[in-house]
Design a protein around this ligand. Structure first.
Ligand SMILES: Cc1ncc(COP(=O)(O)O)c(C=O)c1O
Length: 353
């Protein structure tokens, strides 16, 4: 832990923003003027630095390349009509980051570095948060093992960094999914609940196979039986059967989503019948056949809520009905209204930077 809140700031001489074409951005490719870097060495966090965004020097023997000791978070900053900028539930991300750190045998990052670092960085690059429907600044805190050496043991040095990328709402096209009956994302006792970089690497191959079949995502099922729905690529999954909303309970295979938690709260606020329990693939398929399966949607920071248009499970293919006033749409609008400071923030989710 550093015993001071000091974050040293070294500003760019001139901003890149004037050369940035905000109308033609590719998600995650453009980065703001500054980044934060903080090194853990000799058992403690050194002073955090905010500096111009740019390359970092690492040796080829750097441990992150060999053993994948790497974790990250994904969050967003939003601008309201008056130009004020907000983070959404940042403490939830900080806590989850440290749960990931613990599981990967990495040091926990103090709140002064994570939250204050985010606030300072976002306010410095405030111009990069655009105001408008679906516009935001995507924030990517991450940590890598930075010790040199190829011995298979936890690193003795780490780099915690934050980089930021302007993001926009784009229509992803229809999303259809394969419900996994073969590959698994995570196993009992593993790292599924952590935002470990390797979890994502491991999902790319099965996801490529799904894409080749014309499906954009996979809904993972439990590794032991493949009978129960768990979550999707970067989203938790909700199912509406009749008028009841279901989502799988958190366990050590599922990432405990901030958006998921927010949707559950909004469902409760709205008096929607909701159950947090395991939902079997058989139950979904039966509901699809008898017409009671109304909606499946994903929740996550990147796209807030993503309605699923159809799914495939083994040989069974099903198209979801088009629903007027869907739960998916209601939650999406309600969440956006809170994020953009257009609605009352009853639960204290917005944090001004
Ligand atoms: C595997 C996985 N599940 C669920 C989520 C959704 O989490 P959140 O709502 O906190 O973005 C994410 C995205 O972070 C994810 O990577």
């Amino acid at each position: 832990m550093i015993d001071t809140h000091e974050i040293v700031i070294d500003k760019v001489e001139s901003s890149k923003i004037t050369h940035t074409d905000f109308d033609n951005l590719t998600f995650g490719k453009t980065f703001t003027d500054h980044m934060l870097e903080c090194t853990w060495r000799d058992g403690k966090w050194e002073t955090a630095h905010i500096k111009p965004y740019g390359p970092i020097m690492v040796e080829p023997s750097c441990k992150v390349f060999h053993y994948g000791q790497a974790i990250f978070e994904g969050m967003k900053a939003f601008k309201d009509a008056t130009g004020e900028v907000f983070l959404f539930r940042p403490e939830d991300n900080w806590k989850r980051f440290n749960q990931s750190a613990k599981r990967l045998a990495m040091p926990e990052v103090p709140k002064e570095v994570f939250i204050e670092g985010l606030k300072k960085l976002v306010s410095l690059d405030k111009e990069w948060v655009r105001y408008g429907e679906g516009l935001s600044l995507y924030l990517r805190p991450f940590m890598i093992a930075s010790e040199n050496g190829v011995a298979a043991a936890p690193s003795t040095e780490y780099k915690f960094m934050i980089v930021m990328s302007p993001a926009f709402a784009y229509y992803k096209g229809d999303v259809r999914v394969i419900i996994a009956s073969d590959f698994s994302r995570a196993a009992d006792g593993g790292v599924g609940y952590a935002k470990a970089a390797g979890n994502y690497a491991a999902s790319f191959y099965p996801n490529n196979l799904a894409l080749a079949e014309g499906y954009q995502q996979i809904i993972w099922t439990d590794a032991a039986t493949h009978e129960y729905l768990e979550e999707a690529g970067t989203m938790n999954i909700f199912v509406r059967i009749g008028d009841t909303l279901f989502t799988a309970p958190n366990n050590d295979r599922i990432l405990n989503g901030v958006t998921r938690r927010s949707v559950i709260q909004l469902a409760k606020d709205a008096g929607i019948s909701f159950e947090e329990r395991r939902v079997s693939v058989k139950e979904i398929n039966d509901a699809a056949k008898n017409g009671s399966l109304k909606e499946i949607f994903g929740s996550g920071t990147a796209a807030v809520i993503v309605p699923i248009k159809g799914y495939k499970h083994k040989d069974f293919v099903h198209e979801l009905p088009i629903i007027e006033d869907s739960y998916a749409n209601r939650f999406k609008e309600a969440l956006k209204d809170i994020q953009y400071n257009r609605a009352e923030d009853k639960h204290g989710w917005r944090v001004s930077v």
